[in-house]
Design a protein around this ligand. Structure first.
Ligand SMILES: Cc1ncc(COP(=O)(O)O)c(C=O)c1O
Length: 403
């Protein structure tokens, strides 16, 4: 296992990590995840546990809760969800009964599995309808969503995406939810860091429930948390425990508290601003190289490349790029005719590269390398050349030097 870990460290150091949901957590966050709080059982909440000996873990969890509330300005925070999917499961469990109706965006338009995909629990236990992206502009179409909401009158409207590159205006969604008497849930798993830094508008004033991961743009440990309005606090807490989880991962909660603290600094705000600047520079470089971007660009940390004009699938593109040391994931594009396992697009993002200290000039260089690989995808020689350039670039921006 030591050898396997060394291999993964080498990969993280010497490739360009461009999966937008990945990042390099700080040493403090890593250390907390490996700390002795992993040994402690603490079912319940601070001050009300089912086990004894919880003095220190109570303090850790309270710190995480207080910092989440301070960072996002929410009424209530629950920091125990093990993952983003479980945060969503708890949110549904808190406010829905099986068979109730959810309105969300489908996976092929950028939504997430846990927003009602038929193969996921959410698609199995709830009745799910989807709003869609506009076919021409490839952005959210509020008017069509309003009509669909009026038609199906969902109990819960879910806003939040895995692969949508544009800013979300939360206010119209609140209006739509009010018009049909639905609750509004924002899943900010992807854009949470941008929101924490004020680089993207926050849903906290508008949504009844906000769920998020902590490991993507936030740059914390692998995990999640839930924020909600005061009147839903008990329902959310009971949904997490005893509803869908038992013992909380106290070492991960300690790491969440650290990540929230890190997110309060000026350095972090600059980091999040740079993520967006880098994404714009990367998008411009890709477009200049003839790659079509869904919706024509990005306002966030990610973009979707449509590879159909290159007669290349997302799967093959991601494999070619990996051979060249550039790690991205295949992704469906709106109205994709390919199944998700093949997909017509890729979804590059900049959070991890930005953590390494890369800026616009490096993004232009990376765009150029990606274009060369993609446009010459039949040529292994090009991939070999680019791989050397990638390694040289990684050497200039070292990461985890002291591990
Ligand atoms: C919008 C959104 N919600 C939820 C999740 C689920 O997070 P996890 O992988 O931690 O279950 C993701 C992960 O990709 C996501 O993109």
């Amino acid at each position: 296992m030591a050898a396997v870990l060394a291999e993964e460290l080498d990969r993280q150091r010497n490739t360009l990590v461009m999966i937008p949901s990945e990042n390099y957590a700080s040493k403090a966050v890593l250390q907390a995840q490996g700390c002795i709080m992993t040994n402690k059982y603490a079912e319940g909440y601070p001050g009300a546990r089912w086990y004894n000996g919880c003095g220190a873990v109570d303090k850790a969890e309270q710190l995480a809760i207080d910092r989440a509330k301070e960072l996002f300005g929410c009424d209530h925070a629950n920091v125990q969800a093990h993952t983003g999917s479980q945060a969503n499961m708890a949110a549904y469990y808190a406010v829905l009964d099986p068979g109730d109706t959810i309105l969300s965006l489908s996976v092929d338009h950028g939504g997430h599995l846990s927003h009602g995909q038929p193969t996921n629990f959410s698609g199995r236990y709830y009745r799910v309808h989807h709003y869609a992206l506009d076919r021409d502009s490839e952005v959210l179409d509020y008017e069509s969503a309003r009509k669909i909401a009026q038609l199906y009158r969902p109990k819960l409207i879910v806003i939040g995406f895995s692969a949508y590159p544009r800013v979300i205006d939360w206010e119209p969604w609140r209006e739509i939810a009010d018009e049909v008497n639905a609750l509004l849930m924002a899943d900010i798993a992807h854009i949470v860091g941008l929101i924490a830094a004020g680089v993207h508008p926050s849903p906290v004033p508008y949504a009844d429930i906000v769920t998020s991961t902590t490991h993507k743009t936030l740059r914390g440990p692998r995990g999640a948390f839930i924020m909600c309005k005061r009147h839903l606090a008990d329902a959310i807490d009971r949904a997490i425990f005893p509803g869908i989880q038992a013992g909380p991962l106290m070492h991960v909660i300690a790491a969440k508290a650290i990540a929230f603290k890190e997110a309060m600094t000026d350095e972090y705000r600059e980091y999040q601003q740079q993520i967006v600047k880098n994404a714009k520079a990367l998008a411009e470089g890709l477009e200049a190289g003839g790659i079509r971007l869904v919706s024509g660009g990005t306002d966030t940390h990610l973009m979707l490349c449509d590879l159909r004009p290159l007669t290349l699938s997302g799967r093959d593109a991601a494999n070619c790029l990996e051979e060249a040391g550039i790690i991205v994931n295949k992704n469906c594009i709106p109205y994709d005719h390919q199944p998700p396992a093949i997909a017509s697009g890729i979804r590059p993002g900049t959070p991890a590269l930005t953590t390494r200290g890369m800026k616009e000039p490096e993004m232009r260089q990376i765009a150029d390398m990606m274009v060369r690989v993609l446009r010459n995808w039949r040529d292994p020689q090009v991939r070999a050349e680019v791989k050397k350039e990638v390694e040289a670039l990684c050497e200039r921006f070292p990461v985890y030097e002291d591990l």
